[in-house]
Design a protein around this ligand. Structure first.
Ligand code: IDP
Ligand code: MG
Length: 168
């Protein structure tokens, strides 16, 4: 198994239902390292870019509303980067299947997810699905200085006299 990083997002329903502690406890079973963590509000641009692979799906507008907190009156999400051997697969297993009804009942999505009457899968967490998606998503959600490990190449960028480190 390769050492790799994966992005996890505790979605607004997870925060609204005070599930953060339970979810982090479940994820700790994977014996991975947390190398980045923050609580943020998701803007429309971030939401659209994150879910760009689903833009032609009928549920896309509601999905964008969901990740921005519009379905729960809760605009916070918690974003985390976990690192270690087989991290992507291990976290996906603990997260469970996309459809909470089909997910293993002891997985996070099986235990805490539900299907809305509109059909949207309200499934509590996001977890990267493969290495290229993990890289794309981590670079989208985190800047290099927010992660305590050198994951991907970085460059310096100057904006009106101040220099900062960005992904190459
Ligand atoms: P994943 O989250 O398991 O990687 P994706 O296909 O990337 O699954 O879908 C992103 C999110 O969109 C899901 O977590 C879920 O909230 C929602 N979703 C995906 N497929 C469906 C569907 O067929 N019906 C309703 N909601 C869906
Ligand atoms: Mg996905």
């Amino acid at each position: 198994m390769n050492e790799e990083a994966t992005l996890i997002i505790i979605k607004p329903d997870g925060l609204k239902k005070s599930l953060t502690g339970n979810i982090l406890t479940r994820l700790s079973e994977a014996k991975l390292k947390i190398i980045g963590a923050k609580v943020i509000m998701v803007g429309e641009k971030l939401a659209n870019t994150h879910y760009r692979h689903l833009k032609d799906q009928s549920f896309f507008p509601e999905l964008i509303k969901y990740i921005q907190g519009g379905l729960h009156g809760e605009n916070r999400v918690m974003a985390l980067v976990y690192w270690g051997r087989g991290a992507i697969g291990k976290v996906r297993r603990i997260a469970g299947a996309t459809n909470p009804e089909e997910a293993d009942p002891i997985s996070i999505r099986g235990a805490y997810g539900r299907i809305l009457t509109t059909g949207l899968y309200e499934n509590v967490i996001h977890a990267s699905s493969d290495p290229s998606e993990a890289e794309r998503e981590i670079k989208l959600w985190f800047s290099p200085d927010e992660i305590v490990r050198k994951l991907y190449p970085v460059k310096e960028e100057s904006v009106s006299g101040t220099t900062r480190r960005v992904w190459q």
